[in-house]
Structure formats: C-alpha cells, structure tokens
Write a protein that binds this ligand. Structure first.
Ligand code: SF4
Ligand code: SF4
Length: 991
C-alpha cells in the first residue's frame, strides 16, 4: 500500500502513530514532549478514530507521576494506554514503570529524550533521561529521525501488544522531536493489519475484572519474591524476536531495512562507531564523504537498546573491524564508562571482537550541536598513534583534557542541497513563516525539506535562528547549518552583535531587513561584515520590511510575511507565480476565520515583499575594511561579575557560547553564577521607547511600578546632584519636597518597547507624560540613566513617601532588572516589587517554569545586588518541589540562627562581657524575628563583637575587664564571639 507523504515534526509523527494503537492517553506536558500530548488531544477533540474505530480518551493529570499512575490503572483494567514525556517527567514515572513492566502490561511511552537537570536546568536533547530508566524492565527502542519515529513508533506498539513487555520509544528531544521533515505516513488500515488482535483480546481478558477476579501486586516476602521476579525472563527473551519480526514485517511493506542493530558504511570497514539517536544520520553523511575518498569506516546504529542483544550487535559489526568507538549522549560521573559503552564492552567479551580496542566518547549533552567535524574527529582518533580512549566531542576541555580536537569542517551535505539560515527576533513570526515555507516546499514539490529552529533562553524577543534545508536527496544533516547558500537577518540591530555571515558560502545571498540607504549602510555595517561581503562575492540585498509591514499589515513588527515572500523571490526555489499562489492560499487558510480584511492584508504583504528586496552595489573598498575592535572594556566594580561578563556573558550573547572552553566554567562547576549580569546585555531590541514629557508628569510613579523590566525608574536629586547631572537630563521640582528634584531615568537599550508605562501613565488633563518614540531618538537617555542609577537614596524621600505605597516603593532600588521576560510581562512587575520591599534579605526557591526562565536563564542573571552587595539569593530545584525546597531553606536558617541565639545568650550572660556586646546581643535577640528592625540590630551586634575581638595587648576587651575585676581569663567569651562572627551573614533575619 503506497504511503502518503507529509511534512511534519518528529513529535507529530510519534503522536500520529501512537494514536492508532491507543484507547486512553493520560498526559502531562513537559518540553519537548508536549506537542505529542497536544496533538493527541487535538485528534481526539476532532473525533479521529484509532484502529479500533474509537476516539482516544485523553485525560490530563496533575503531574507525570499522576499520569503514570493513571496509565498503570488503565492498563490494569484493560485499555491500551499511552503517555508522552521527557526528562524529569520520565523519572517521575519510574516507580510506576517498574510496576507496569513487572505486571507485563503492554504499553508504549513516547519520549523525546532530554537532559536531566544537574548543575543547571537544560530542556534540550540528550539521553540522560532514558538511560536513567533502563533498569525498570521497559524495552527501549530508539528512532534517529522523523521517518523512523513514524516507522519504529509502530514497531514499538505492535511489539508491546504481542510480547507483553512495555516499551519506551525514544528519539532526540528538539533535534528530532521538533525537526520538520517530509516523510512517508502510515495508513491506519495497514497498522491494523499488522496488529495481533488475539494478543489485544488476551490483554483484555487478563485485565482486572470483578467478573473473574484476581489479585495482582501482592506483598511478597524473601521466600517468594526472588523466584517470582525471575519468572518473567522468557518474556524478555521473546521480545527481541518479536521486535525483530515486526521490523521485518514493516520492511516488507515499505521497503526499508530496519534491524535491531543496523550497519552503515564500508563492508570492509576497519574503524567503526557504535551510537544511537539523531547523530547517527550525521555520522552516515560523514561516512559517505569519507568512504567516497577511499577510507573504510562504518557505523552500527543501535535501535533496540533494551533488551540488549549481544548476538545481534556482534552480527552487525563487520568482521574487518580493527577498532571501535562507542558514543554515549549522557554523563554518568564516576562510572567506568557510559552505559552504551559498558554494554558494548560486555557484549564483545568472548566474541571474535574480544581483542578489538573499544573507546568511549561523550557527546551532545544538553543539546550541544554535534556535526560532521566531530564525526571526523572520532574516526581520526581511531586512526591516531596515541588515541584517546575516553573522550568528549564538540567542546574544548582545557581542564581534564578529554576533548578531541574538532577536525576541519567539510561540506558533507549531498550535492544539490540548498541551505538557508534566518536570524529573527523571538515573537516576530520568523519561525512560523519558515515552518510554513518548509510545508509549502515539502508538500508541493518533489524536494525533500528539513527545518530546525534554535532559540536563545529569552521568553520572547530573544534571537531565533531557523535552519532550513531543501534538496532532491534525503536530508540527513542533523546539525546546525554552517555552510549556507542564503542568510537572512530580520532584525537590523543584529548586524553588529552576531557573526551572521561566517556561515555563508562564497557567492551566497545575504538579505538584510533595514531602512538604511546606501550611505547609511556605510555607517551601520561593521567592517567585518563589509569585508566578508566584498571578499566572498556575496549577493547582498536589503529590504525595509518594517515599513512594508506598516503599510500592509498596519503593524511594523509583523514583518514575517513580507520577508518570506522576499526569500522565495531571491532563492527561486519555486516559480514565482506558483509560490505566490501557494503563499496566498496558505494565508487564506490560516486567516480565513479572522475575516476578509486580515486575509487581504496578508495577500498585500506577500505582493509587497516579493519584489521589494534591493540589490546593493558592493563597493570594492569594502574588501579593505579594517576589522572592528573587539573585547571592549567592561566597566563593572564587582570583580566576580566583571570577569563573568567578559569571559562568559559577552561571548554567549554573541552566539559564541559553543566556543567557550571548560575552564570558563571552573568556578561555576556547581552551577553558581554571579547576580546582576543582565545589566550588561543591553539588547536594544525595542523599536519605540518612552520619552518623558515633564510638563505632563504628576510624579505618581505608576510607570515604574508596571514596567516589567525595571527600565523606567524615578529618582530624587539634591541641588548638587542636579547641577552636576548631564545637560540632557530632564528634571522637575519634587512634589512635597521642594528642595529636591524629580527625574525619570529610562535605560533605553534595556527597554522592550512594550508600552506598559505609557499605557498606564495618567498624565495631566488628558495629555500623557510618556510618549513612545523611536529608540534612535532616545538613546542619549542611557547616559542619564547611568548617572541617576549611582545617586544615593534620600532618607527624606523614604520618610515622606512610605514604601508601603505605590509611589514610595518605586524609590527603592529594584533588585530584579532587565529580565528575559516577554515584553509587557504581567508577572515580573510583582516579582520586582517584592525585591524592592524585601530583596536585600530574600531567598528565592523558584519552581521550574516561566519565572525560572526569565529569572535564571544563563548567562543572564536579572536578580541583582544593592550598594552593599546584598540581594535575592536565587535557586531552582525542580518543577514540582518548590515548597519543600524553600521549606528546606527556612529550616537551614532556623537551625543556624537558633545556634547563634544560643551562643549569644551564653555570651551575654557571662559577667565579663562588655556592656556594649551585652546590649547589642540582647537587641539582636529581641529583634531576631523582625526583618526590618533586625537589620540595624545585626549590624550593631557584628560591630560590637568585632570591636571586642580586635583588641590586642593581653587579650580581648572582655579579658581586660575580667582581669580588672581581679578574676581569671578563660577566653571563652572571645571564642564564642568568633564562632558567632563566622556565621555573621546569618544574623540578619531573612525572608
Ligand atoms: Fe518598561 Fe515597557 Fe516602558 Fe520599556 S516600554 S520602559 S520595558 S514599561
Ligand atoms: Fe509621570 Fe506618567 Fe510616570 Fe506618573 S506614570 S510618574 S505621570 S510619567
């Protein structure tokens, strides 16, 4: 039966195929698996039928642990049940996975494999989650690309029904789950034909039912448990054969060659890699390149990882293999080797390969891009006279020296592959437009298409990089594009921030969205960009998409349609009339429900964008443009922060984080970063920022109160401060405190342009005191902000305008600033306000979620410190345990402060302790549960203790008093004081 072709994501393929075999889905969303649950839910809502002719019953539970419990119960009662998860979500399912496997219940968990949080959270792909459940009794089947997700997903479901052994079907998070590919799609009728309906019926007959009751899951003592546990062995012996037979059945129907372990490469290969997951496609591409040049290399792809069939592995390795490297996408600290490596080494013992050296490498942790240069490096290492037997890939390890040097980068993509890279601003529609473009090309031509989208950690308004490939041959390049035919920059502010042209092939096309004339280009383009364009014969185009979007879409931010049309025109991938028609059809379909006007706006934008890119005449002189200065000084008083900004933040925000060596994180090995780094980002992403009209201002501070990013702030200036302020600083007499002046500072390069401040501003007589103006006109405000920010707080202001009021609170320094939250975020103004009230003594236990991303996405740290270096101490544990985590922080403080209180009581009770220490100690005890009062009491107490200890001569002040009283010195008091001072940071009451 011919299969339909469709362009879809890996998650869509998994959901599509699992839906066929599912009666109940118990779900709980976790990135990057959420799409699978959402699509299943959507299919259920639209009444799609599974192979049994029923609509899937989808239930959303309260957690992954809850979803696993519901899966277990539903299976026990006789419904084929599925769930989808990743990372910690999978780990939360482990207890039920033991139970489901122990009870031989057929089940598939589709896992978009993702890193498990350790020193930091990471939502991207690796295999640490699936390896963490290899002991549960689930069989584990790996798909390495979107097509395999469709095909092996079916094998997993078919095999679990027949074998009774439950399956984890996994594929790489993001790289496969979110990669868009044109694939062949199963017809449900064919899946039904392959399903062992007798096994389905047996499953239902075995289910718990009061009509024929049994007891399942008893408590067994040592006399029975072990033997009963061994009784399942035949099922595990059988699952290997069952899986293999279903692979053969699938192969027969669709002309593939799925095996438990597939070999790819030279039949007489001497150097062989063993790996699983999406990197296998890249290794295959590299093998094609190397073998075409006469080398003899190969790859064994692991598909059925559990049960691990040594026989099938050995059968897959070519007899000519002289050296093997096993690649694992996980890290098991302290182990002799990573899991797959250990399995392979064990499997080869006693085989004809027992004397073949086996090396072990780690790669791709936390989504690290791994490309052909890394595969080259592995093959080169195997041929080296002194190979590394344990190694890492794609990083520079200058601490333990495990990394292999990256080999020279070659273009290994098949001839005719067209590669494009788009740099967009999160939320500007670039990603959506590119997803559309892939579908247009994939679904309307005979070309293969691939799309992958990389994001930075900002919630929106961060950089997005779309990687699109098209070609006549299947695309196996599961890595970022580094040799592009077309590069588009959708945001002009990127031009001097990112090295976008480095990946553009000589003769390639560069499209820049900007409003600059030829003359202005001279000013705005960095020398390195000019030189690259001129020296590499780049076809350079500009387009003013913002202006065209304003004209057609009535919103200058909605540039995506205009730019997509320009892309199609410049690349000529499809004939003009055809692509314009397809784009317009797509817009009609997408926006039809929103009315004719919206559809027309989109059609106009397509027409406007198609012919509006202007070729730029590249002056020959550009080739000689002198390189721009790099590594500008960072003015920052805190040494820890300055070093961090220079060594980590700046390279990372310039998209050069992959180039940082391990030593850059030596101080952050435990995941600790300095607070306050977001102030050094200065993203400059706003189109319009607020401009203060002093004559309309009533000094209410509402603007500051609602600003999600602490960009606009009120300040009070003394006469002297006012006199020495920059000339451009606007100020007005302060209402109620005539001797002071009032000014609003706006950190324009940190503004997101959300307009919340201007929206809330009451102004005077209907005239706003804040008006949004183009950022270029307001950039000088930055100098004023820097001046204002350094001014000391005024006690009279705090006295007059109480902190418990909206107005008064805003004169306090926000200790949350310039976060990566979305423009106009409704959450951060409250979090910011809390820091203004309690930030200098505040612990934050932040649950994993939106607030942990805007609050703690490396390398930017928006929680910051005050002039005394105090500020919120922030940590994230998990999604589900923040109450317990924060309770632990409370308990720790209570324990340490209780000890300090006991020591203080003992200290002040000795009669030779000075009056000063006695009264300060008592004051501290009296206020220890009052946050504000305890601040001063703690400061005084610390000073009194230090004063006592620092007296030289015959001993402490107390000793002198003791001696003056004619008594004997024991030094006990001094030791107590020292003990208290060791933990002086804990004296202050925390929040
Ligand atoms: Fe703050 Fe938004 Fe106003 Fe900018 S536009 S100052 S981010 S409220
Ligand atoms: Fe002035 Fe408007 Fe800000 Fe109030 S909200 S302080 S009126 S600028």
């Amino acid at each position: 039966m011919a299969r339909k072709k469709k362009t879809m994501k890996g998650n869509d393929a998994a959901a599509y195929v699992s839906y066929a075999f599912t009666e109940v889905a118990a779900i709980y969303p976790i990135t990057p698996s959420s799409d699978m649950a959402e699509l299943t839910d959507q299919m259920s809502a639209t009444g799609e039928k599974n192979i049994f002719g029923e609509t899937v019953n989808v239930v959303e539970m309260q957690s992954e642990a809850g979803a696993a419990g519901a899966v277990h119960g539903s299976l026990a009662a006789g419904a084929l049940t599925t769930t989808y998860t990743a990372s910690q979500g999978l780990l939360l399912m482990i207890p039920n996975m033991y139970k489901i496997a122990g009870e031989l219940l057929p089940n598939v968990i589709d896992v978009s494999a993702r890193c498990v949080a350790s020193h930091a959270l990471n939502i991207f792909g690796d295999h640490s989650d699936i390896y963490a459940c290899r002991q549960t009794g689930y069989a584990m089947l790996c798909s390495q690309n979107v097509q395999e997700v469709m095909d092996l997903g079916a094998v997993a479901h078919l095999a679990t029904i027949k074998s009774r052994v439950p399956f984890v079907h996994f594929f790489d998070g993001f790289r496969t789950s979110h990669e868009i590919q044109k694939i062949d799609v199963w017809d449900y009728a064919e899946l039904k034909e392959m399903t062992d309906m007798d096994a389905v019926n047996d499953f239902r007959r075995r289910a718990l039912n009061p009509e024929h009751p049994v007891l399942r899951g008893s408590a067994q003592n040592p006399d029975l448990f072990f033997q009963a546990r061994e009784a399942c062995n035949p099922y595990y012996d059988n699952v290997v054969d069952v899986t293999e037979s279903y692979m053969q059945e699938v192969n027969k129907r669709i002309g593939k060659d799925y095996q438990l372990f597939n070999y790819y490469g030279a039949p007489d290969a001497e150097r062989v890699i063993i790996a699983m997951g999406s990197f296998c496609d890249t290794i295959e591409e590299t093998i094609d390149y190397l073998n075409a040049k006469g080398e003899k290399v190969g790859l064994v792809k692991v598909r059925l990882y559990r049960p691990f069939s040594a026989k099938h592995l050995i059968g897959a390795i070519p007899a000519t293999a002289k050296v093997i490297s096993v690649l694992d996408r996980t890290k098991e600290p302290g182990s002799l080797g990573e899991p797959l490596y250990l399995d392979v080494v064990t499997a080869l013992r006693g085989s004809q390969f027992k004397d073949v050296p086996v090396y072990g490498g780690r790669y791709g942790l936390g989504g690290k891009d791994t490309n052909p240069a890394d595969a080259f490096a592995v093959f080169a290492n195997m041929a080296a006279t002194e190979p590394k037997k344990k190694f890492t890939l794609a990083i520079t390890d200058d601490v333990t020296y495990l990394s292999l040097p990256r080999a020279e980068s070659h273009d290994t993509t098949p001839e005719g592959t067209f590669s494009c890279k788009f740099w967009g601003l999160g939320g500007d529609g670039t990603v959506g437009a590119n997803q559309n473009a892939i579908k247009i090309i994939g679904d309307n031509t005979d070309m293969y298409a691939q799309g992958y989208f990389a994001y930075d950690s900002k919630k929106t308004s961060g950089v997005t990089i779309s990687h699109l490939r098209f070609g006549k041959l299947p695309i196996k390049s599961t890595y970022y594009i580094n040799k592009a035919d077309f590069v588009a920059c959708h945001n002009p502010s990127y031009i001097d921030k990112y090295d976008m042209l480095n990946d553009l092939k000589p003769g390639g096309v560069f499209l820049l969205n900007c409003s600059w004339s030829a003359q202005e280009l001279e000013t705005h383009l960095p020398a390195s960009v000019k030189a690259y364009i001129a020296k590499n014969n780049i076809q350079f185009y500009t387009i003013d998409a913002t202006h065209l979007a304003e004209q057609t879409m009535k919103d200058g931010r909605r540039t995506n349609t205009v730019l997509q049309a320009a892309f199609f025109n410049l690349t000529k991938i499809l004939p003009a009339q055809q692509v314009i028609g397809l784009m317009k059809d797509g817009a009609t379909k997408s926006y039809g429900k929103k009315g004719e006007e919206i559809v027309k706006m989109n059609h106009d934008a397509i027409d406007a964008g198609f012919n509006s890119a202007h070729p730029v005449e590249v002056p020959a002189l550009w080739a000689d443009a002198v390189s721009d200065s790099v590594g500008a000084e960072v003015a920052e008083e805190r040494e820890d922060l300055r070093n961090f900004v220079v060594d980590v933040l700046k390279p990372s925000t310039a998209q050069k984080g992959d180039e940082l060596p391990v030593s850059a994180f030596a101080k952050a090995a435990d995941g600790t970063f300095p607070q306050g780094s977001s102030a050094h980002e200065k993203r400059g992403i706003a189109i319009n920022v607020p401009c203060w009209k002093t004559e309309n201002c009533i000094q209410c501070n509402f603007c500051s109160y609602v600003c999600p990013h602490a960009v606009i702030r009120p300040y009070a200036l003394s006469a002297d401060e006012s006199a020495s302020a920059p000339a451009s600083l606007k100020k007005i007499p302060m209402t109620g405190l005539g001797e002071l002046e009032f000014a609003l500072g706006v950190s324009s390069r940190d503004c997101t342009g959300c307009g919340s401040c201007a929206n809330i501003c009451p102004g005077k007589k209907g005239e706003k005191a804040l008006v949004m103006q183009p950022i270029e006109s307001q950039l000088p405000e930055h100098e004023n902000f820097e001046y204002l920010k350094k001014l000391p707080a005024k006690p009279e202001v705090a006295e007059k305008f109480k902190v418990s009021t909206v107005k008064g609170s805003q004169f306090r320094q926000p200790l949350l600033e310039f976060s990566g939250a979305c423009a106009g975020c409704g959450e951060t103004p409250y979090a910011k306000l809390v820091t203004q009230l309690f930030g200098d003594r505040m612990y934050i236990a932040n649950a994993t979620g939106c607030s942990s991303i805007w609050g703690g996405s490396a390398p930017s740290t928006p929680y910051t410190v005050n002039g005394e270096g105090k500020g919120p101490a922030w940590a994230n544990s998990l999604f589900e345990d923040t109450a317990e985590f924060s309770y632990g922080m409370f308990l720790a403080n209570k324990a340490v402060r209780s000890r300090l209180a006991r020591l203080t009581k003992e200290l002040i009770s000795v009669d030779y302790a000075s009056d000063c220490v006695k009264s300060a100690g008592q004051k501290w005890l009296d206020t220890m549960d009052n946050g504000e009062e305890n601040k001063a009491a703690s400061t005084d107490y610390i000073a009194a203790l230090k004063d006592g200890i620092n007296v030289d001569l015959t001993g402490t002040q107390w000793e002198k008093e003791w001696l003056a009283n004619g008594k004997v010195c024991t030094c006990d008091a001094r030791n107590k004081a020292r003990e208290i001072l060791v933990d002086e940071d804990y004296l202050f009451k925390k929040s």
